[in-house]
Design a protein around this ligand. Sequence first.
Ligand SMILES: [Zn+2]
Ligand SMILES: [Zn+2]
Ligand SMILES: [Zn+2]
Length: 257
Amino acid sequence: MHATLTVLGSGTSMGVPTIGCDCAVCHSTDPRDRRTRPSVMISFNGRNVLIDTTPDFREQALREHITQLDAVLYTHTHADHILGIDDLRPLTYKHRPGKLPLYASPQACDFLRTMFRYIFEPTYKFGGLPQVALHPIEGPVELFGVTFEPLMVIHGEMPILGFRFGSAAYLTDHSEVPAVTVANLKDLDILFLDALRHVPHPTHSTIEKSLKIVETVKPKRTFFTHICHDLPHEATNGALPPGVQLAFDGMKLEFEL
Ligand SMILES: [Zn+2]
Ligand SMILES: [Zn+2]
Ligand SMILES: [Zn+2]
């Protein structure tokens, strides 16, 4: 099945430009150096599946003219991946009397229920709430005829999820990709990997570290995401090997599911 992947955001948790920063990348006029928080949308057969709801979701949805969402998958519950949940509201109302399904690991479901108690245990009568329902991920998630396979990655000391869908895989926020997950990354057309910067970081991958994964897995096309202001788009891209690029906000990729 034909599908399109849209990069909604390619930036690290603070976004680029970073508030209060005077560096060259934060002042760049290249639109690809403006990075909202990390998220992608997969579109196929009239359906849109979102991965993560970032604090920039509203801006991303307006920019990409998103008028319909059919499911949301969560990688983990760090603020830069969940805080846009309330801005799902207008898109969830279209599901009435049903709810927009959200999928997350059982631990992530617990966290989301606590963090957004006003959504999941509403006690007030006024004001609109996102019409969403949480579903724990306990194995592959079947969505509209497509399998989204959860893949475990290590984010600092925490196991979190990436996803493989058809010939593409999206792994964000990893300091380590365990062998069991590497084994599930065979024959990929598209691979997204975390590449925060060049300097090592306790919870994120670097360009150098992620290039090692690329050498092992050999996807046709690799895109780095969760990028901080250390990496100017054009100059960094120019130094990457063939088939490897930095993702940028608004990038669209065609592939087969
Ligand atoms: Zn993150
Ligand atoms: Zn900066
Ligand atoms: Zn994170």
